[in-house]
Ligand binder design. Structure first.
Ligand code: ACO
Length: 403
């Protein structure tokens, strides 16, 4: 039992807020979330409207610079990104050194971190020109890195970017084209990818964005800060839930569709199992992103493959969970990761790339927060406190006397 009064004597008065559930680390003008009502807005615009009417780069511009771009501003932004899509040829050696079974998220974080080696003239976050150049470079190169990582893992040659294509077209092209064959771009998949990237583009002070802010607050370059964000995103409690969710659904399907068994496991306080893609720190109502993704999955699956047993299972699981008092009392609803994997699967994207796609979507949000932080006057390094609960001072024990 911890004697709190002694702790206060040792450390002074400190707010202890497990998981930062109620502690604001910053002010921000980027994203508004009302978790009770299920509302999400980027820079004041409703997510539903942006998802329906915008191109991903338009939303990226909005998040990073604060306003929807004019036609000229958008073209300039696109152009600045297009001219940086290639990687330094030396970087191909990095991919060659990774084993074929390397997880694409590990590759992504490593190679994005390595951009700091190859882009030395854009490392100073306090210099506006360098800051801007690093933003264009990262927006341009991350899809190339993600696609090269995938090609390396399946033993196919890298497919270089085609800059007459749009951002989403280009990514699908680099991912799926094979040099000896003609690649047929499917407009439905381009549209679905565009929408999913927009829906993932920002979400306030989530774990990965907080990681980007935390690391960036030391004035390190953008590439290093984003590499940290990618690592934070990979975990199953955060962006890694999309891959984990499909694994879970496949497991339930293989286990005679025994949904009840897995609901019971999720409710058992002695079982670490949780329903992947369910629950959210902020949403105590239906996640508005999950609502949109579910309806897009409905349309896309019907049009492309008719029916998907995993999607049917997911919908049934949701229906059962939302009637169960355990989930109702705790306000646990499907989150953004519950149905997104269903769409990626339909597009032919392998499971281990799902979280990479989340990272591509979240990139403008991370950048926006990093930039907002650097434009804030008198920014301070992030440095949370702790309540020390270890030993008081004690005498040193020499090696020969230790048992
Ligand atoms: N399945 C079963 N029970 C759950 C789930 C779940 N998916 N999520 C939360 N609970 C339960 C907890 O066991 C806890 O129950 P208790 O009060 O009896 O102890 C209660 O609901 C509150 O859960 P916390 O862990 O305190 O909620 P927190 O806000 O810390 O965590 C999180 C949120 C991490 C998203 C959690 O809901 C979870 O683990 N979900 C599954 C993983 C997932 O889908 N992550 C993606 C989130 S969205 C994103 O990051 C993009």
């Amino acid at each position: 039992v911890i004697d709190i009064s002694k702790l206060y004597q040792m450390t002074g008065y400190i707010t202890l807020d497990d998981g930062f559930a109620n502690t604001g680390g910053t002010t921000s003008s980027i994203t508004y979330i009302d978790g009770e009502k299920g509302i999400l807005r980027y820079r004041g615009y409703r997510i539903e409207e942006l998802a329906e009417r915008c191109d991903f780069l338009e939303v990226a511009y909005l998040l990073i610079y604060g306003e929807l771009p004019t036609a000229d501003q958008l073209e300039e932004f696109r152009d600045n990104i297009r001219r940086h899509t290639l990687l330094h040829e030396g970087m191909k050696q990095l991919f060659a050194g990774f084993p074929p079974d390397a997880h694409p998220m590990a590759i992504l974080s490593s190679v994005v971190g390595a951009l700091a080696i190859y882009c030395k003239d854009s490392l100073d976050p306090l210099d506006e020109a360098q800051r801007q150049l690093s933003i264009y470079r990262l927006m341009a190169k991350m899809p190339t890195i993600a696609a090269f990582g995938y090609k390396q893992s399946i033993g196919q040659p890298f497919v270089y970017p085609q800059n007459h294509l749009t951002y989403c077209q280009n990514f699908l092209y680099m991912l799926f084209a094979v040099p000896s064959e003609r690649y047929r771009m499917d407009p439905d998949y381009v549209e679905a990818l565009n929408l999913l990237l927009i829906l993932h583009a920002d979400h306030g002070q989530n774990c990965s964005t907080s990681a980007v802010r935390m690391v960036g607050s030391s004035n390190v370059n953008l590439f290093s800060a984003i590499s940290a964000g990618i690592c934070a995103l990979w975990g199953q409690l955060h962006g890694g839930a999309n891959e984990a969710c499909i694994n879970m659904l496949e497991q339930i399907l293989a286990d005679n569709r025994n949904i009840g068994k897995y609901i019971d496991k999720a409710k058992d306080p002695n079982d670490p199992f949780r329903l992947m893609g369910f629950g959210h720190r902020i949403y105590k109502n239906y996640d508005p992103r999950a609502k949109i993704i579910k309806s897009v999955a409905d349309r896309l699956i019907a049009k492309k493959i008719g029916t998907d047993p995993l999607f049917e299972l997911a919908k049934e699981l949701e229906e059962i969970a939302l009637k169960d008092p355990y989930f109702v009392e705790r306000k646990l609803y499907p989150n953004v990761d519950f149905y997104s994997g269903i769409i990626y699967r339909a597009m032919g994207i392998p499971k281990n790339m799902f979280t990479v796609l989340f990272a591509l979507g979240r990139l403008p949000g991370w950048i926006a927060h990093w930039r907002e932080m650097h434009l804030t006057p008198n920014k301070r390094i992030h440095r949370p406190r702790q309540l020390y609960i270890g030993y008081p001072e004690r005498p040193f024990v020499p090696l020969i006397k230790r048992s």
